[in-house]
Design a protein around this ligand. Sequence first.
Ligand SMILES: [Zn+2]
Length: 119
Amino acid sequence: MRGWQLHSLLIEDGYLPGATICCISGSTHKVQYHSENYYEPWNSYPISQPIHVALHRRFSQPEAWTAILEHHSVTGQEWFAQLQMTPVDFAAELRAAHGSQITRVFDRVLGRYRGPGQF
Ligand SMILES: [Zn+2]
């Protein structure tokens, strides 16, 4: 299940209100939830779709995200201003703790479709 599906389910079941106002820009256009931790999907932020895309692309396209921060962050203490600019490699942390049998599931699955050595 993807994050957006989980948010839809939570909205449908009344655990989350509909996402109507972007908490970063104030926009009411194409607002959707973003969660930094899907173990706690009820702690999600309603953000506009363009900001959501820039947030998720901040590792590969930091300029767009930095421009959003410069425009919308007031104190630098807002949740979105505190996000890391480098991705968390949870699989590497698990490998370090539990050994090499821990792998990136998506890479393994995609590798099967692309063939060996096609990462
Ligand atoms: Zn998101």
